[in-house]
Design a protein around this ligand. Structure first.
Ligand SMILES: C=CC1=C(C)c2cc3[nH]c(cc4nc(cc5[nH]c(cc1n2)c(C)c5CCC(=O)O)C(CCC(=O)O)=C4C)c(C)c3C=C
Ligand SMILES: [Fe+2]
Ligand SMILES: [Fe+2]
Length: 334
């Protein structure tokens, strides 16, 4: 008798599953509502007991925010879809080229589609008996890295014959990551022929409480910024963006920082987001559009948003190096 949930013989292939946060299927309130409903119901993301949080989520949040967020998504949506989805797809395709035939490269999203459980099952069905799960977050947070891994392990928990699993560790201080960021910043500034008086490194925020409870995210962001500042040989101003809800979040906030810098007389400013492996709503709308408006409304003149590593050469070189390092012993890779 042949069990139904796996191929008869594992073919000894290796799977690489890139995972990012997820994004709505369309820049419309209904799709955004579905996405936010799943995302903000994750207890790793909103750490309020569901009995208290779910009525607020279903009551106020999901009746007001989807329309506002859909409007924001409409401003950054591309022909090939949500930037986060399109760029993650492009990263997977570029890595597949680099890693050759013995590695099957796929991608999944923690919320929305393609779902992690579905892609883990697909890799297994394609004959992968070893899978590297790669949440693409340089800095570890329970709200991002851990919940992506949780979702994969929940899928594995339902399998009789599990593939072996490795997970990509955070790479916030990896020399190759710092070098890729340095290249990106320098190349973008050179291409724009722009010499900023100040450079802001904006990381996604988190509730202050997560830091107090021991989440290493804040410290890893600070470490990344310090190492990059040393590599660039100039000061970086760190800030935290995307505050959500009334609780205290990590500070200083990016919007207040931009306003304060303009108020202090900074006229030429560059901003970038080293914690995002792909550009998305939070970078393209919140930083590149709204950040510019804030800076210029307070007297700032020239504003440059420097894109994330995305599927550019420095970014793919980095991902190739990180993945090969984690697959050591599984494969004889150069
Ligand atoms: C409690 C709320 C939130 C926490 C905690 C949070 C942490 C967190 N998020 C990212 C990365 C991304 N977040 C993105 C969008 C986004 N984030 C929140 C809320 C929290 N994030 C919301 C409500 C949204 C949706 C957009 C909106 O309505 O404002 C995205 C972009 C998704 C896209 O479709 O482009 C990313 C990426 C990190 C790294 C992080 C903790 C470290
Ligand atoms: Fe977020
Ligand atoms: Fe810290």
């Amino acid at each position: 008798m042949r069990p139904a949930d796996h191929p008869p013989v594992a073919t000894g292939r290796i799977g690489l599953l890139l995972v990012n946060l997820g994004t709505p299927d369309a820049p419309e309130p209904r799709a955004v509502r579905r996405y936010l409903g799943e995302f903000l119901s994750d207890r790793r993301v909103v750490e309020i007991p569901p009995i208290l949080w779910q009525p607020i989520l279903r009551g106020i949040v999901l009746t007001t925010r989807p329309r506002k967020s859909a409007h924001a998504y409409q401003q950054v949506w591309r022909e090939d879809g949500s930037p986060l989805a399109a760029i993650t797809r492009a990263q997977a395709a570029a890595l597949a080229e680099r890693l050759g035939e013995s590695v099957i490269v796929d991608h999944a999203m923690r919320y929305g589609r393609p779902a992690i459980a579905e892609r883990v099952a697909a890799l297994k069905d394609a004959g992968c008996d070893r899978i590297l799960l790669a949440p693409l977050y340089p800095q570890y947070s329970a709200a991002t890295t851990a919940t992506a891994n949780d979702a994969a392990f929940a899928a594995l928990a339902r399998m009789r014959w599990q593939p072996a699993i490795r997970t990509l560790p955070p790479y916030y201080d990896h020399p190759a990551y710092i070098a890729a960021l340095k290249t990106r910043v320098e190349e973008e500034l050179a291409a724009l022929n722009f010499e900023p008086e100040a450079i802001v490194a904006s990381f996604h925020g988190m509730p202050q409480r997560t830091l107090d409870l021991g989440d290493p995210y804040h410290c890893q962001c600070q470490a990344t910024a310090r190492l990059l500042s040393e590599a660039l040989g100039r000061e970086l101003i760190v800030s935290f963006q995307s505050r959500f809800g009334p609780a205290k979040w990590l500070e200083p906030a990016t919007d207040a920082t931009l306003a304060a810098l303009a108020g202090k007389g900074v006229r030429k400013l560059a901003i970038f987001a080293p914690g995002f492996s792909a550009d998305c709503l939070e970078t393209l709308e919140e930083l590149a559009i709204r950040g510019r408006e804030i800076f210029q409304s307070k007297g700032g003149r020239s504003f440059a948003y420097l894109p994330c590593l995305n599927a550019g050469k420095a970014g793919i070189d980095l991902l190739e190096k990180l993945m090969k390092q984690e697959m050591r012993g599984w494969l004889d890779l150069p």
